[in-house]
Design a protein around this ligand. Structure first.
Ligand SMILES: *[C@@H]1O[C@H](CO)[C@@H](O)[C@H](O)[C@H]1NC(C)=O
Ligand SMILES: *[C@@H]1O[C@H](CO)[C@@H](O)[C@H](O)[C@H]1NC(C)=O
Ligand SMILES: *[C@@H]1O[C@H](CO)[C@@H](O)[C@H](O)[C@H]1NC(C)=O
Ligand SMILES: *[C@@H]1O[C@H](CO)[C@@H](O)[C@H](O)[C@H]1NC(C)=O
Ligand SMILES: [Zn+2]
Length: 181
C-alpha cells in the first residue's frame, strides 16, 4: 500500500515536537501556541526540512523506493504492553523490552518504547497532527521507537537526529454495523 508507506516515512524521519524536547510545552489549540506556531517556537525541531507536523500534498508526493516493508517484532505478544497511563494530554501505553521494529529504510533496529494517540473532539479540536491535502483525520496513532544501540537510553537518543523514530498512522471513522463476536 503505497500511501501508507508515504505516511510512515514522513513521520519516521521527522522527530515529533513533543518527544524532541521536554522544555517545550505541549500545545495545539492556543492562539499563540498551536501547530502553525511550532516552527517559530521551536525552529530547531519544527522548521524547514525537519518541520512537523506537515500537510502531505498527494499530487506532489513521489514514491521512495528505499522504503522497504517494516518488520514488527513481538507485536503479536499479548503481554507486550506493560502500562496504560492518562498523561493529561493523551493515553500512553508502554511496551516491555524486546518489542522492536526494523525495515522501512531505518538504519538499524529500533526498540518500540510506547504508543499514544492524538485525537479531536469532533469540532474545534482537530484530531490528527499531520494532514493529507488539508484533510485532518479524527485520530493519529504514534508508535515511538528508539535506536536499539542506545539500549533504551532516551537522553542519548534525543541527541541523535535519527535516534527516535515515530511511526504515524491516520485513523478514520467509518459508518459500519457493529459486529457481535
Ligand atoms: C524557517 O525556515 C524557513 C525556510 O528555511 C526560513 O525562511 C525561516 O526563517 C525559518 N524560521 C525560523 C523561525 O527559523
Ligand atoms: C535512497 O538511498 C540512496 C543510497 O543510500 C540515497 O542516495 C538516496 O538519496 C535515497 N533516496 C531517498 C529518496 O531517500
Ligand atoms: C472541543 O474543544 C474545544 C476547546 O477545548 C471546546 O471549545 C469545544 O466546545 C469542544 N467541542 C466539543 C463538541 O466538545
Ligand atoms: C545514558 O547515557 C549517558 C552517556 O553514556 C549516561 O551518562 C547516562 O547515565 C545514561 N542514562 C541512563 C538512564 O542510563
Ligand atoms: Zn505523538
Amino acid at each position: 500500500m503505497e500511501w501508507f508507506k508515504v505516511v510512515a516515512f514522513v513521520v519516521c524521519v521527522l522527530p515529533t515536537a513533543h518527544c524532541a524536547s521536554d522544555a517545550i510545552v505541549w500545545c495545539y489549540h492556543l492562539p499563540s501556541c498551536n501547530d502553525k506556531t511550532w516552527p517559530t517556537i521551536s525552529p530547531q525541531y519544527c522548521n524547514g526540512s525537519r518541520q512537523s507536523p506537515i500537510n502531505i500534498v498527494s499530487a506532489s508526493a513521489t514514491p521512495n523506493n528505499n522504503l522497504t516493508k517494516f518488520t514488527f517484532v513481538k507485536y503479536d505478544d499479548t503481554s507486550a504492553m506493560t502500562s496504560i497511563e492518562n498523561t493529561g494530554d493523551t493515553v500512553k501505553v508502554t511496551f516491555k523490552s524486546g518489542v522492536k521494529i526494523s525495515g522501512g529504510d531505518l538504519s538499524e533496529q529500533y526498540d518500540s518504547l510506547q504508543f499514544h494517540l492524538h485525537w479531536g473532539n469532533g469540532s474545534s479540536v482537530p484530531g490528527s497532527e499531520h494532514t493529507v491535502d488539508g484533510k485532518r483525520y479524527p485520530m493519529e496513532l504514534h508508535i515511538v521507537n528508539s535506536k536499539s544501540s542506545y539500549n533504551g537510553n532516551t537522553s542519548l537518543a534525543v541527541k541523535d537526529s535519527t535516534g527516535l523514530a515515530a511511526l504515524g498512522f491516520f485513523i478514520e471513522v467509518r459508518e459500519a454495523a457493529h459486529e457481535m463476536i
